[in-house]
Structure formats: C-alpha cells, structure tokens
Design a protein around this ligand. Structure first.
Ligand code: ADE
Length: 265
C-alpha cells in the first residue's frame, strides 16, 4: 500500500506500472460480517457466485455484478464451518484477501466494515471514517525491529480527492483479534494514535501490500470504546443503523471511483 505521497509504496509501484493511467475497472470490496455486506449486495444487485473461484469447501462467498464501468466483487469470509457465525478476525481476512487478489487481480481493494471509535479522538456512533493508516495492537514482540514488525504500520492508499468530495472523517485504524480491549491492547492503540479499532484492517493491509494492490478502509462506528457502555451490547444495539450508514458511504465511494484512475482518487 502506498505511503501518502512519498512515492515508495507498493501501490505506487503498481500504479507506476500503468494502473494509474487507466480508469479503475475491477474492485474487490471485502466485508467480514453478513449483516454489513447484505445492504451493499442489495444496493448494487450483486449475485452470489454459483461456481466458486475459491477452493472447494471454503466458506468464502463472492457476490458480483457491474455498476456503470466497474466490475464489483463483494467478498466475505462467510460463516465459520464449526460455529456457524461470521468468520471475523485477521486469519480469515488474510486468507480471503489473498485468494481474492489471486483470482481477480483487482485494481483496488475496499475493506468496509464496522469499528469501535474513540470519542477522545472525535469519533461518534454512525460516523463513517476513511482510515489514513492501519496497524496491529495485539502482536507484542519486545525485540528490536520485531516490535515494529508486530505493529505492522501501513499507510492506506492515499485518496485526497475522495476524502474531500465525500467530506469523510479521516483517522488511524488499529486492528486486533478481540472485540474487547485489554490494558496492553489499550497502550498499543494509544501508541498507534488510533481513532478506530477493528478486527481485520491491518491484516488486509498486509496482504494487499505484499501483493501490491492499493487498499482503502471505510469504517463505520458502532460503539465507543472509551465510553461507559459494554462494547458487545453497544455494538449489537447499533449494528443495523450503522450498517445503513456504511452502505451509503460505500455506495458514494464506488460512485466516485467510476471512470477515475487511481491517481484521481
Ligand atoms: N467492530 C466494531 N466494534 C469493534 C470494536 N470495539 N473492536 C473491534 N472491532 C469492532
């Protein structure tokens, strides 16, 4: 993923290879939860794959369709075969990102989903943010340089025109595999200067980075991490309303992208 404008990132290398000079054509929208994904599927009238692109037996689901000049692929890690719940978290996110890039060679990845927000950093329920950078907060390796590897800080692909046009809030995103927040996680989230906390972003960023695909992160706030309500309760209470806000913003992002090159975003 490209650092903001320093010209040294993987996505800028990809863009230098020509992708930035032609309009974005194929996009992959990665969404972890079915409740977050279905409004977007309905809005773009996407259809579920009958013949999966993915290995036989995996729960990963692809919905696809066209909107104006864009081939849209909404991909979700699907239901965990053992428990039957959505396969949230970094492991499924990494695997499905890798498989999607291999199969579809997208011009751009949009990771859309819900997140916890920190009111001390300006987040409120139903706000939709674009992440400026992503990092992990639960990979503690106190050995020089491995500590930095653990945090895995990566800038999102820079989209200044998109931010301006849609008047999006921008903040840093911190990723871990737990919905709750331990004291150790909290210290790292603070060190990461994060406004948002999710369970997939930095994992998707890692895979997108090594495979040189630009990625952006659209995150809608379901719960206030530094508030007084229990996270799981607040998350479930707000999920339906907030997914509507997320859907609306994803739609605006897609609309904005249509007909534009990466360098125009
Ligand atoms: N997704 C929504 N709320 C979250 C939180 N508080 N932490 C991690 N992921 C989330």
């Amino acid at each position: 993923m490209a650092p903001h404008g320093d010209g040294s990132g993987a996505a800028e290398e990809a863009a230098a290879g020509g992708a930035e000079k032609r309009p974005v054509s194929t996009i992959v929208i990665l969404i972890a939860m079915q409740a977050e994904a279905l409004p977007v599927v309905d809005r773009f009238q996407l259809v579920e794959d009958q013949d999966s692109l993915f290995p036989k037996g995996v729960p990963w689901v692809r919905y696809h369709g066209t909107y104006k000049d864009l081939n849209i692929n909404l991909i979700s890690p699907g239901k965990d075969p053992s428990s039957g719940v959505d396969s949230i978290g970094t492991i499924s996110a990494s695997l499905v990102t890798y498989a999607s890039i291999q199969a579809l060679k997208p011009d751009l990845i949009i990771n859309a989903g819900t997140a916890g927000g920190f009111k001390a950093k300006g987040a409120s329920i139903s706000d939709v943010f674009l992440a400026s950078e992503v990092a992990f907060h639960d990979r503690r390796i106190p050995i020089p340089v491995f500590d930095l590897y653990g945090v895995g800080l990566r800038p999102a692909f820079s989209t200044p025109n998109l931010v301006k046009e849609l008047n999006l809030k921008v903040g840093k995103l911190s990723t871990g595999d737990s919905l709750d927040m331990s004291q150790q996680d909290e210290a790292t989230i603070f060190a990461n200067d994060a406004t948002l906390k999710d369970m997939e972003g930095a994992a998707i960023a890692y895979v997108a980075d090594i495979l040189k695909v630009p990625a952006i992160f659209v995150k809608a706030v379901t719960d206030i991490v530094d508030g007084d309500k229990p996270t799981a309760e607040e998350f479930l209470q707000n999920l339906a309303t907030v997914t509507a806000a997320l859907d609306q913003t994803v739609c605006q992002v897609v609309e904005f992208m249509n007909g534009k090159c990466l360098s125009d975003l």
